[in-house]
Design a protein around this ligand. Structure first.
Ligand code: GLC
Length: 547
């Protein structure tokens, strides 16, 4: 039996606001994406995940949706969306939309109605609770973006739950009427010819029993993987996806491996794949905050991803990513964005595209885009970053230089600066000043320059995708780690009945001897100009085989 389409294709994530602005208002839009369709096709990708383009007051850049079926005017019109869909499909690229259904915007008509009265027809579409005995919030949960997870609403003297910003009230999946309407809305998108959904924080949808009934509920982690999550996902699968070949991709922070394996079990899947967070949390100082960084060491990355590679066998399936719109740039985090920028960016691309699972390339990583170091907090836009700044400087009392250093390292805005198309003003992204400034390094690092340079990360990425597509062991072969202890080399093989490939990655800036058995294998691809058979140069990546 042929594998489903989403197991053999490479995905590309578009952060719509920052990809390409066609109408000179400083915000990326659908027509901008359409103008880059041939570029997307030239990469060899088979799926685009489009970050939210729905109507939104933009408190969290579109992850606060006020109408699930309207296109945000900044991005264009329904006709533009149809043209994008058709343009992708004409090039053999599937379109996956973002589904943000753990919460809506507080400006969504559902919430507007819900907050009017305790007996409003949609009261129970959101999570309302009376104040605690002292008049304060129903429990001590803190929101992901900082501050209490409950907001008092004077109109009815109750609090509503918001795990993210207060403009993102959590929807109440306990309500059958809500779920019925949600699934109907999803079916209408399916009827419009989409190819799947990436589901935002989908493992937060089932809140623990007895929530806010008084007393301290403990950490907000109790909202993760809640008691009825499986039921809701099963119902959604039945109601929306039965009989289709659409892909469902969960974003699931804090979902343990065992559960992820169960949820994506191909024999009875609730989701086809999911994004775990373990490797992107490795450099968070435990028990402090994501802003307090510890070094990102390759052996920990190797151990974590190897655990997921092995752990999802034989029936689960991994989504693979090293960066996205919520994370710092991969080359700055796991590589060396200074002296070895090209080498380490291509090495990381090799890793991403040779693990088992569906790889997601984040826009700009194919040209090695790096973190930005804005001069001042005034240049940052992200709500999480701005809240963190207040917390770091006011609550924790850090001086501005120390706080800015932390922000520069971890801010989500690192990934949200405009896509660097050329050395023209604003990185060729827009004719006007963009909504967030470009990374000043765009003059040297951009698509036009990369197209002209045969050694660029871009050309290497294309070669790598083509090689993966043409080499069954690289998309379906089983992963096996060859050396769990090496301090600098990550060596693994991928084996299927169709053959075996070995991947050798040097995560260091010194030359490393290659184990003799590997030195004899034919080289399929390397990111180095003059590879020596028995050594790997600094940040060299080599794919050997097939044997
Ligand atoms: C997800 C999104 C992130 C957003 C959050 C709340 O983690 O990827 O960008 O802020 O959910 O919707």
């Amino acid at each position: 039996m042929n594998p489903p389409w989403w197991k053999t294709c490479v995905a590309y994530q578009i952060y719509s606001r920052s990809f390409c602005d066609s109408n000179g208002d400083g915000v990326g839009d659908l027509r901008g994406i359409i103008s880059k369709l041939d570029y997307l096709a030239s990469l060899g990708i088979g799926m685009v995940w489009l970050c939210p383009v729905y109507a939104s007051p933009n408190d969290d850049n579109g992850y606060d949706i006020s109408d699930y079926e309207a296109i945000q005017p900044d991005f264009g019109t329904q006709e533009d969306w149809i043209a994008l869909r058709d343009g992708l499909h004409a090039r053999g690229i599937r379109l996956v939309m973002d589904l943000v259904a753990n919460h809506s915007s507080d400006e969504h008509a559902w919430f507007v109605e819900s907050r009017t009265a305790k007996d409003s027809g949609k009261r129970d579409w959101y999570i309302w609770r009376p104040p605690a005995a002292d008049g304060g919030p129903p429990n001590d949960w803190q929101s992901v973006f900082g501050g209490p997870a409950w907001e008092y609403d004077a109109a009815t003297s109750e609090y509503y739950l918001h795990l993210f910003s207060k403009k993102q009230p959590d929807l109440n999946w306990e309500s059958t009427a809500f779920r019925t309407e949600l699934f109907a809305m999803m079916r209408r998108w399916v009827a419009l010819g989409i190819d799947g959904f990436r589901m935002d924080v989908i493992n937060l949808i089932s809140k623990p029993d007895g929530l806010g009934a008084g007393g301290n509920e403990g950490s907000m982690d109790r909202a993760l993987n809640g008691p009825r999550m499986r039921d809701y996902l099963a119902e959604m699968r039945r109601e929306v996806f039965a009989g289709t070949d659409l892909v469902t991709i969960g974003e699931t922070p804090g979902m343990p491996l065992e559960l992820a394996r169960e949820v994506t079990d191909e024999r009875a899947p609730l989701l086809d794949m999911q994004f775990h967070f373990e490797h992107v949390d490795l450099d968070h100082a435990p028990g402090v905050s994501k802003w307090d960084s510890t070094p990102m060491a390759m052996p920990a990355l190797r151990a974590t991803l190897s655990r997921w590679q092995d752990g999802m066998e034989p029936h689960g399936w991994n989504s693979l990513y090293l960066g996205n719109h919520d994370q710092p740039r991969a080359v700055s985090r796991y590589g060396d964005d200074g002296r070895y920028r090209r080498e380490s960016a291509t090495l990381l691309m090799t890793l991403l595209l040779t693990l088992k699972g569906t790889p997601f390339i984040y826009q700009g990583d194919e040209i090695g885009m790096a973190n930005v170091a804005f001069d001042s907090i005034a240049d940052y836009r992200d709500i999480e970053t701005l809240n963190a700044w207040r917390w770091l400087t006011d609550t924790r009392g850090l001086d501005t230089a120390s706080a800015l250093a932390m922000i520069r390292k971890k801010s989500r805005d690192n990934a949200r600066t405009p896509m660097q198309w050329s050395a023209a003003p604003n990185a060729g992204f827009s004719a006007a000043a963009p909504w967030i400034g470009p990374n000043p390094d765009y003059t040297g690092h951009n698509v036009a320059a990369a197209e002209a340079d045969p050694d660029s990360v871009l050309h290497y990425t294309r070669r790598l995708i083509a090689l993966r597509q043409g080499t069954p062991a690289l998309h379906s072969g089983r992963y096996r780690l060859l050396d769990a202890e090496h301090p600098a080399l990550w060596l693994y093989e991928r084996t299927s009945e169709m053959g075996r490939c070995v991947v050798a990655l040097n995560f260091s800036d010194t030359t490393q001897p290659l184990p003799p058995a590997l030195a004899e294998l034919p080289c399929l691809l390397t990111n180095h100009h003059n590879p020596a058979a028995d050594t790997l140069a600094a940040w060299e990546a080599r794919i050997l085989g097939p044997t």
